[in-house]
Design a protein around this ligand. Sequence first.
Ligand SMILES: [Zn+2]
Length: 268
Amino acid sequence: MDTWWWQAFSDLMMPLDCAGCGERGARLCRRCLAEMGGAVVRPVRPCPAPAGLPAVRAAVPYQGAARALLLEHKERGALWLARVLGGVLAAVVSAVSASPGPRHALRTERLLLVPVPSAPRAVRSRGHDPVRRMASCAAAELRRAGVPARAAPLLTQRRRVSDQSGLDAEGRTANLAGALRVVPGGGAVLGQGRVVLVDDLMTTGATLAEAARAVRKGWEEDNWNRGPGLTEGRSDGYPTDFRGSRGAWLPRAAVVASSPSSFEMNWN
Ligand SMILES: [Zn+2]
C-alpha cells in the first residue's frame, strides 16, 4: 500500500492531536494558532549579549505551544508547520524592516531573508533544513502582501562545529567563532537588497552574532573588490555611511522565538 495514501486515509479517519498542546481535534487548535498568529513582535536581547549581536526581534517566548511547534517542525519533520511558522517569521521580518534605523526610508527595497545555516549532518539526519524552509515560506508570505522579498541562503558552515546544546554562552561563542561564511558569489547578492538574518530560535545570540559577522565580511570583501566607499562603523555595529555602496545590506535579525528572559530587557 502506498504510504501517501495510508497517510491521507489516517488523517481523515484518525482524531488528530494539536502539535502545539496535544489537544484532540485538529493538528493545530484554534488556541495555539491564535497564540502564534496574534503574537506581538518585540525587540529581544539575551543577557549577556555576545559582541556583534545585531538588533533582533522575535514573536514569541520559547515555551509552551511555540516551543512544541518549533520542535515538531525541526526535529519531527512536521513540514506542514513551515507555512504557519513562516507566516509568524514574515510578521517579524516586517517589523524589523519597518523599524527606524539606517536606510529606513527605503521601504520599497527588496528584502533578502538570509537563513542561519544548519550543520550539514543535522540536515541529513533531519531530512530537511527547517530554517531554510521557513525562510522560503516567510518570503512567499511577504510577497503575497506586496513586499518584495526572497529567501537568500547565502551562509554556509566553513568548518564543523560542536553541538551547541550543553555549552554556555561563552562556550557557544568560542565554538562558533569564524564558523560561518558567505557562499562564493554571495557577496554581490548581499548588495542587492536589505539583509535580514532569520532563524527559528535565539538562545544565547552566539549564532546570530557569528552570522552577522560573516555577512558583513562577505559584503565588505565584495565591496573592496569594487572600490572604496565603506566608512567606519558605529558603536552599535551599523556602519554610518555607505557612500558608493549599491544596497542596504545592514544585517538585522528576525526570529520566531527567543528565550523568555530575552523579552524582559528594559528598552529605555
Ligand atoms: Zn493547541
